[in-house]
Write a protein that binds this ligand. Structure first.
Ligand SMILES: Nc1nc2c(c(=O)[nH]1)N[C@H]1C(S)=C(S)[C@@H](COP(=O)(O)O)O[C@H]1N2
Ligand SMILES: [Mo]
Length: 354
């Protein structure tokens, strides 16, 4: 079969492939960062500043993933006649090449589809999302590298060849860029403030109490108001009145959920460093944060020393000028700069020094 349509043309394929490669690279690197912060290897260090650093890397992760969807579809469309070429296998290198394309397409689809379901908080799949999404990312990147190595001569030829201006190829490319751009603009408002009102497909534009969305409500977490609540820090106990009487810090800090939304708010509370000091703990100690939640994957988190030292790492008592809503973690929660939302533990009742 010979396809003569402009879409099925090496130059178009190579151009789209280049952009798809860039989108996947950004997505992969930002994904690795997010994974490392949540499961830090011993050599890993994540700075607490700038305060929006994680918000930006995670925003890029979601945006590059969304942009990759139209690019992947266009790329497959531009090569699909080749996918049906006969004979299926001509030689060993040819078999490897085809095999890697099969693995690559499968892994890429898996990543984009599970990612979209995840940001939509639609956990239809039975496997554990983070582990599967992380593992398949390596498969995708490995097969992309094989694919690039195999196709490099073709790509070079295609991008260098001085073809006469081909209006229908340009139209195909323009449609692809447009589709990618529309997909990004329609969703990026979940994390980019000035697009908030533009992104009609944003999965999280609904505001929660105090102007901040809620990921897990107190009811869902099985947490209720406890009049006898105290905060235990290295064996010492603090009442809410005692915490409220300590010097308070107010700062604009974002919640940047790994599920792809982020939003800044004004938080007021006691720096964790001050609470640790009041309990006689060495500054810069790493801390395990515990919450009143009994079950649930996110009822505890670890605050590394870089974060407990930072004067903007707060045990927040107030949000946007009001006493913390029950759903935002009343009586107190962690809000630390440049940290995934999943580690901003709510309903805190104990800081355990590690
Ligand atoms: N104890 C506890 N804290 C938690 C969670 C949780 O399930 N349990 N969810 C986390 C997640 S995933 C996010 S994104 C933030 C969201 O905070 P918010 O609901 O106040 O917006 O809280 C974090 N803190
Ligand atoms: Mo989250």
């Amino acid at each position: 079969m010979k396809f003569r349509s402009a879409a099925h043309n090496e130059k178009a394929t190579a151009r789209i492939g280049l952009w798809l490669g860039i989108a996947f690279l950004v997505c992969f690197v930002t994904g690795l960062i997010s994974h490392a912060i949540q499961h830090p290897p011993s050599w890993f260090f994540w700075p607490s500043r700038p305060v929006n650093f994680y918000r930006i890397t995670q925003g890029l992760h979601v945006i590059s993933g969304v942009a990759a969807i139209p690019l992947l579809l266009a790329k497959l469309w531009s090569v699909y006649p080749k996918l049906f070429e006969r004979p299926l296998v001509k030689s060993l290198p040819h078999a490897l090449e085809r095999g890697s394309i099969l693995v690559l397409s499968g892994a890429a689809f898996f990543e984009l589809v599970t990612g979209i379901f995840n940001v939509a908080q639609n956990y239809v799949f039975t496997f554990y999302f983070p582990a599967a999404h992380y593992a398949v990312a390596w498969v995708a990147v490995g097969s992309i590298l094989v694919h690039i190595a195999v196709k490099l001569p073709v790509v070079r030829r295609a991008l260098q060849r001085d073809t006469s201006p081909d209006l229908s190829r340009r139209a195909f490319l323009r449609t692809t860029w447009l589709a990618s751009g529309v997909a990004v603009v329609a969703t990026a408002g979940v994390t980019v403030p000035f697009l908030r009102n533009v992104s009609t497909l944003a999965w999280r534009s609904a505001k929660g109490p105090q102007g901040v969305p809620v990921n897990r409500t107190a009811a869902a977490a099985g947490v209720t108001k406890d009049p006898s609540w105290t905060l235990e820090v290295a064996g010492k106990r603090f009442t809410l009145d005692q915490l409220s009487a300590m010097p308070q810090t107010t700062a604009d800090l974002p919640i940047a959920c790994v599920e792809g939304w982020s939003q800044s708010a004004s938080w007021t509370g006691v720096p964790v460093a001050d609470v640790l000091k009041a309990a006689g703990v060495q500054p810069g100690a790493a801390v395990q944060v515990h919450s009143m939640e009994q079950n649930g994957l996110y009822r505890t988190s670890t605050l590394p020393g870089e974060h407990t030292k930072d004067p903007l790492t707060l045990l927040a008592l107030r949000c946007n000028g009001e006493v913390l809503d029950m759903d935002h973690g009343y009586p107190c929660r962690i809000i630390a700069p440049s940290r995934p939302g999943v580690l901003q533990t709510k309903w805190v009742n104990r800081l355990e020094v590690l």
